[in-house]
Design a protein around this ligand. Structure first.
Ligand SMILES: [Zn+2]
Length: 344
């Protein structure tokens, strides 16, 4: 723990040093390999009690491995902030944000049908997940750092008006809406390699022709949330802009690699101006909630190729979010494979 604290303090010192430089000196271009890393106590506190698989020890498991591998030294650690109500409602319904805000005082026990319990500080922790993502986005759009990783984030099941599958606020959805409304970036590429289908993002933008969506996951007939069938390719003007790839249970690296060229071809065809990468670690072999059998090489490969695509089409702009992953060793290995590639 001491080593961990020291590493964090050192990266904080680096952040402070950078902050004292004139902003112009920090502007970066595609190919620059600095990475903003979002880890702090608020983010760590996003987790559920009583042995719930999404516990509060996941960030720590990642961070210990990042320190161990020396990767932490290639990052700039940044703190989260609490997203404002006006930011949350860019994606979520106001009524739903209010429901989460008052859930604790009203003694509400569950935010959905059973997967997402109310926990102490649920609003604050959830709003910090979104606030970190928005800080990361501002950093990228202001040209301070083109790549970021937020291990506790990527809450892709939350819908506009309800929690789902351990996800309270959908940080990814808020980032997409913010890109459009605040930064005037329309064509956004979204890749999701979490073992579960990113239904909260998919259905919110199903008829949006500029959300270029690719999601590879365990066949929904065998796993929560049951969606993401191959024939779901977008609605109306968005027909074709969405790619869902289903893998049968027990598929591993070979099946992922075989499918990968379709994902890359999808992004090559639509050429997004910005990339979001949900790199859930629950597709790795041994995850207690799912049945795919990836190794961390999948995360390394996907990140390497996404960085290439971002450099090619999106001026290097890519934000990665941890998503699911319930075996602590697996998530540490998968997310550090992502960090290793982001940091070059
Ligand atoms: Zn998942």
């Amino acid at each position: 723990m001491n080593r961990l604290r020291r590493a964090i303090m050192q990266t904080s010192a680096a952040t402070a040093m950078l902050a004292s430089l004139p902003p112009g000196l920090r502007l970066v271009q595609a190919g620059d390999k600095s990475v903003n890393l979002y880890v702090d106590d608020h983010l760590a506190s996003y987790g559920f009690p009583d042995g719930h698989p999404l516990g509060i020890d996941r960030q720590g498991a990642f961070l210990r491995e990042a320190v161990e591998r020396g990767l932490i030294e290639h990052t700039t650690r940044r703190d989260s902030r609490e997203a404002l109500r006006e930011e949350l409602v860019r994606f979520h319904r106001d009524e739903y944000v209010e429901r989460v805000f008052t859930a604790e005082e009203k003694g509400v026990r569950l935010l959905d049908d059973g997967d997402t319990p109310v926990f102490p500080g649920v609003y604050r922790a959830s709003a910090h997940v979104v606030g970190a993502a928005l800080d990361g986005l501002a950093q990228v759009m202001d040209g301070h750092c083109l790549r970021s990783l937020q291990p506790i984030g990527g809450l892709h099941h939350a819908a506009r008006g309800r929690a789902a599958g351990f996800c309270v606020f959908n940080d990814l959805g808020v980032v997409i809406e913010t890109l459009r409304r605040v930064y005037d970036v329309q064509r956004v590429g979204y890749l999701d390699i979490d073992v579960h289908h990113g239904d909260g993002v998919f259905y919110a933008f199903e008829d949006d022709p500029d959300l270029i969506f690719a999601d590879i996951h365990q066949d929904g007939r065998t796993l929560y949330p049951g969606t993401g069938r191959a024939h779901e390719t977008g609605k109306g003007r968005a027909e074709g802009a969405k790619l869902n790839i289903e893998l049968p249970p027990f598929s591993g690296d070979a099946e992922f690699m075989e499918a990968w060229p379709r994902i890359e071809g999808h992004f090559e065809a639509y050429q997004p101006e910005f990339f979001i990468f949900q790199c859930g670690a629950d597709g790795l072999k041994g995850d207690p909630l799912a049945q795919l059998e990836y190794s961390p090489a999948v995360h390394g490969h996907a990140t390497r190729r996404m960085v290439m695509l971002a450099d090619k089409f999106a001026r290097g702009r890519i934000m990665a979010f941890g998503g699911g992953g319930y075996d602590r060793a697996n998530l540490a290995h998968a997310w550090n494979a992502v960090l290793g590639e982001l940091a070059g």
